[in-house]
Every structure is written in C-alpha cells, then in structure tokens.
Design a protein around this ligand. Structure first.
Ligand SMILES: [Zn+2]
Length: 307
C-alpha cells in the first residue's frame, strides 16, 4: 500500500519505511514543469521501488532533480539511483563533503578526537565500538553520487510548478537546508522542525574548535519562526499547521532538557548516567551529542551572566 497524498496542488507526501529506529521518512514529490523529489530514503531493499511506483502512479516519466535537505542515509540514500536515471542531485556542498568523509571513515576519527578532547573519556575501545555500532551499519545504506550540484543559502529553486527558497538551518547537521515555498507559505523543514521529537545535534569544528549543533539549532528555530509560514512539512511525522508555535515549543524543550547537564561531571559521565550504563551503544552515542549541546548552552548562559 502506498501511503501517498496530495498536500497541495501537485505536491505529494509519500511515507517511506526505512530500517532505522525512526521507522519511516517522508519524501515530497513535486509534479509539473520541473519534476522534483525532495529527499530519497535509504538505499535498502524496496525503498527505490516504492518511490518509483509512486512516480509511475503520478505519471512522472522522468525526474528532473532530487533536492536533499542533508546527507543522512534516510534522506540521501538512494540519490545515486535517481542520478543513474539522469536526475540532477542538488545539495549544500558542506553536506556533500561530510557525506564523503563519512563514507571514508573520517567522521569516526573526528568523533574519536572529540571524545578525547571534549568528553573526557579514556575508554577508546568503547568509542570505537560506538563508531562501529553507529557508522558501519549506516554506511551500507547509502552510496555517494559521483556528481552533485550545489545549493547555496537563499537560492531559489524551481520544483514542479513551485519555487522553493533554501534556508540554511544548521543543527542536526552543519549544512542542513530547509525549503520555503513562499506562495503557499509552506515550510519543508527536513529534520530541523519535527512535530514529535527534536533531532539530535551533530558535532563539528568551527574555526578549529569543536562546537555543538544544539546551539545552532536554537538559532535555526529563530530563523524558521520568522519565516511567517502557515504549515510545515517535516521529514518525520505528520505535516502540521503553525510552525512558529512548534519553533517556540522546541526551543523551550531544548532549554528544559539542558538543565539535566551536571557541570560537575564530564560529558561522558553525564551521558553514561542518562543512558543507565554503557550497554546501549547507539543510545550512548546519541546522548553524548545531546549532553555536549547542553554543556555548550550552559557555558553560553554563564558567559552572558558573567558579562
Ligand atoms: Zn538526519
């Protein structure tokens, strides 16, 4: 059964099951002058066929382009297959390079370095196991396309019969893009505004120093709130009205969660305590990311209090 529906004239919502804890991902199909797919699902059996079935049903013979919100496997996993059919793949180049380094195992090195410098853990074998549990599994769910085209922030892209403006919304990843359809005031929010959860913040380097995406996430919420959108179309969960309200809720929720950070302990100790031990490695990996974000928010608050 295809779980597909028209959410606006010639814009279609399609729910795609993926073998990750999140369960499924929403992709959006724009029919019209420039047939477009927004995000793609994982490169796992059935996913590409499901989207293909949907395109056939909509009588879209050739997809002109695939637009990606970010590089994660559930969003970009089958892009190479559409590229093989002649579709252009469009994304923020920051995301492409992160994707490339993920495929080459370099993100593991970055995480190891971060764990040593910022989380204060001496258990390198545990960090290695975590990388294995998290990364290696996911590497099988995605293939890096040979060639992609760049989307820069604030770029206007035609999709179907609509125009989308790319909105740089870092947090979950460094180069995450949301897309705003101005005429209908619709926000395609990717993983940066979700109705039922808050996506985990990535860790990256800025001017040589490690930083948490959670700090950027708060700023991205401000940006999305000011767009004056009527509805948002997330990558997970159902489309919703009132994105500004959800931006406020998410911001409040992040601040509320951040209080759990215990500044007398290391990031690693905080994460282990919240994870009730080190057994659940995927859980610990996530928690390390959140706790680091809470630490950064804590430091920021204290800096502004001192100042
Ligand atoms: Zn993601």
């Amino acid at each position: 059964m295809l779980e597909m529906r028209e959410i606006a004239p010639d814009i279609f919502f399609l729910k795609v099951p993926v073998p990750l804890t999140v369960g499924d991902i929403n992709v959006y199909i724009f029919r019209g002058d420039v047939p477009t797919l927004l995000d793609t699902g994982t490169n796992t059996p059935g996913v590409f066929d499901l989207i293909q079935t949907a395109l056939n049903k909509l009588k879209i013979k050739k997809l002109e382009q695939v637009i990606l919100t970010h590089w994660h496997v559930d969003h970009a996993g089958t892009a190479h297959l559409f590229a093989g059919q002649g579709a252009r793949i469009l994304m923020n180049m920051k995301e492409y390079f992160r994707w490339k380094s993920f495929m080459e195992g370099e993100t593991d090195d970055l995480f190891r370095e971060w764990a040593r410098e910022e989380a204060a853990t001496s258990s390198i074998s545990l960090i290695d196991d975590m990388c294995k549990a998290y990364g290696k599994l996911r590497q099988k769910m995605t293939v890096l396309p040979d060639h992609v085209e760049e989307i820069v922030p604030m770029q206007i892209l035609q999709a179907g019969n609509y125009f989308l403006q790319s909105i740089l919304t870092p947090g979950h990843t460094e180069g995450h893009l949301a897309f705003f359809e101005n005429r209908g005031k619709r926000l395609f929010s990717g993983d940066m505004l979700l109705p039922d959860m808050i996506s985990y913040p990535d860790i990256w380097r800025e001017e040589g120093k490690f930083t948490s995406g959670l700090v950027s996430h708060l700023q991205s919420l401000d940006i999305m709130e000011k767009l004056d959108a009527n509805a948002y179309f997330p990558s997970h969960g159902e489309p919703q009205l009132d994105p500004a309200l959800r931006c406020q809720e998410t911001r409040n929720e992040i601040h509320k969660q951040a209080v759990q950070y215990d500044s007398t302990r290391s990031v690693f100790e905080n994460a282990v305590r919240l994870n009730h031990g080190t057994e659940n490695l995927a859980g610990l990996f996530m928690r390390l990311h959140y706790v680091y974000g809470w630490k950064k928010i804590f430091e920021q608050n204290h800096k502004s209090l001192d100042g």
